[in-house]
Design a protein around this ligand. Structure first.
Ligand code: EPZ
Length: 432
């Protein structure tokens, strides 16, 4: 099912619907995982680094990707989605350097246009994406990296304005291994004279995917996946065809949702090594796992054992699965403690989970979960993407019906949501 949009004033907005989940699964589940949202959101801007038509395969049909595609169109590229999962970006013509605010405000990933526009045009004007439901989301490391490459960067009237007559390779230390800052610096550095080294770089698989895409274009990025990434600037880049990696966060979400509903669950089209941290925690919780090639099967008999978890940069436990794991542990046999080390305000799901009968308390960046024997369905509201995913996990674990408002937040990151829930063995439906 595609995303339903409707016109609202001069904007196209998703139709806000409610998702109804009938708790517990009706059978074992098997779900095919889509391409990674957080790769697509970075690789679409990266297509601007080269003239010609790049072709991205395995691109998920979700709202965040649709917005990023619209931004490229507004900049002057021709963007077409030709069939299931393929997106073509023709970026030969003249491009604007200004990202439109109405689109940029809908997607934090719009800030990833900064690096490619500075690399290609020598200038960029990108709206500050603003904070969101999980914290302030500063951009100081993005700006520091571009300045150290030689760009003049000012914040004016809510826009990041960057100018660079030329970019010069240099050594950049990131105070925090920021995914977005690593990606913006990597893309800008392709146009710098000489070599740029990023120290304390992010190691997420989506950063590696971006580096592989740039190398496929003819660039030279070495060390992606480690904390030191070297970029040789000045290599001419050409449009290429490239297939995006599977979405490890979607895969983890459906594993947790499937286990929460009882029985077994298999996720296909995954890269198991990208899920190591989650798989290790699931085993600690008593889950039986089998992975063969690009599929993982998980089964839990009885209730999960309690866990101690802290979210960390990759390869640590991913913050994007913290809400979903919290929901899964509501039914555990003891007391779990989760420490959210990445974002300062990512427990928005706790109050809604209490409405389903969860016993949780938070103190700053720590949540304590006292496992209960049963949850009961309720009416809840999602206000951000992964919180919405957590409410789905909890709704599947609960007895009776759960009605989830704010599903447009969930559709930002989960392609064919109801079809995949049905594949999972869950009874789920839309109501307007
Ligand atoms: C990416 O966001 C992901 N989004 C996020 O996924 C993910 O949660 C996050 O990385 C961490 O893994 C995309 O890739 C589109 P960061 P990003 O810069 O790049 C601090 C989802 O649900 N920081 O690594 O914005 C920041 O405050 C989304 O799919 C600075 O201090 O994350 C935060 O504490 C949510 N200064 C930490 O780094 C900066 O300049 C992680 O941020 C930048 C970041």
């Amino acid at each position: 099912m595609g995303i339903a949009y409707t016109a609202k004033g001069n904007q196209i907005v998703p139709v806000t619907r409610r998702l109804v989940i009938r708790g517990r699964k009706v059978r074992d589940g098997r779900v095919r995982i889509s391409g990674a949202k957080n790769s697509a959101v970075a690789l679409l801007p990266a297509t601007l680094l080269a003239d010609g038509e790049s072709v991205l395969q395995n691109v998920p049909d979700i709202a965040d990707v649709a917005v990023q595609q619209d931004i490229l169109r507004e900049l002057g590229a021709t963007v077409t989605r030709t069939n299931a999962g393929e997106v073509r970006v023709e970026a030969s013509g003249a491009l604007s350097h200004e990202v439109p605010y109405p689109l940029a405000k809908r997607l934090r990933g719009s800030v990833l246009l900064l690096g490619p526009l500075v690399a290609r045009l020598g200038r960029a004007r990108v709206p500050l994406p603003g904070g969101c439901a999980i914290g302030s989301r500063p951009l100081d490391l993005h700006l520091k990296g571009l300045r150290e490459l030689g760009a003049e960067v000012e914040i004016e009237h809510g826009y990041i304005c960057a100018q660079a007559k030329s970019l010069l390779g240099t050594e950049i230390y990131l105070d925090f291994p920021s995914v977005g800052a690593t990606e913006n610096v990597m893309m800008a550095a392709t146009a710098a004279r000489g070599v740029t080294v990023i120290y304390n770089a992010a190691k997420e698989p989506e950063v590696v995917d971006l580096a592989n895409f740039i190398n496929a274009m003819g660039g030279r990025v070495i060390g992606a996946g480690t904390d030191t990434i070297k970029i040789e600037g000045g290599h001419p880049l050409r449009a290429v065809e490239y297939s995006i990696i599977p979405d490890r966060i979607e895969a983890g979400t459906y594993l947790l949702a499937g286990l929460a509903g009882g029985g077994s669950v298999t996720v296909e089209n995954v890269i198991p090594t990208h899920l190591e941290a989650l798989l290790a925690k699931l085993e600690e919780a008593g889950v039986e796992l089998a992975d063969c090639g690009d599929a993982i099967t998980a089964r839990l008999v009885g209730r999960p054992k309690p866990l101690q978890v802290k979210t960390l940069p990759y390869p640590g436990f991913p913050t994007d699965l913290q809400p979903q794991l919290t929901a899964f542990l509501l039914l555990s046999e003891g007391t779990s403690v989760i420490s959210e080390r990445i974002f300062e305000d990512r427990f928005g799901h706790v109050d809604e989970l209490k409405r389903l009968g969860g016993k949780l308390e938070t103190d700053g960046r720590t949540a304590v979960i006292k496992g209960v024997e049963r949850l009961t369905g309720s009416h809840v509201t999602a206000t951000d993407l992964r919180m919405g995913a957590a409410l789905i996990v909890a709704g599947i674990a609960a007895e009776g019906e759960t009605v989830i408002d704010g599903v447009e937040h969930i559709q930002r990151g989960y392609e064919r949501l109801t079809e995949k829930l049905t594949d999972l063995g869950v009874v789920a439906d839309w109501i307007d």
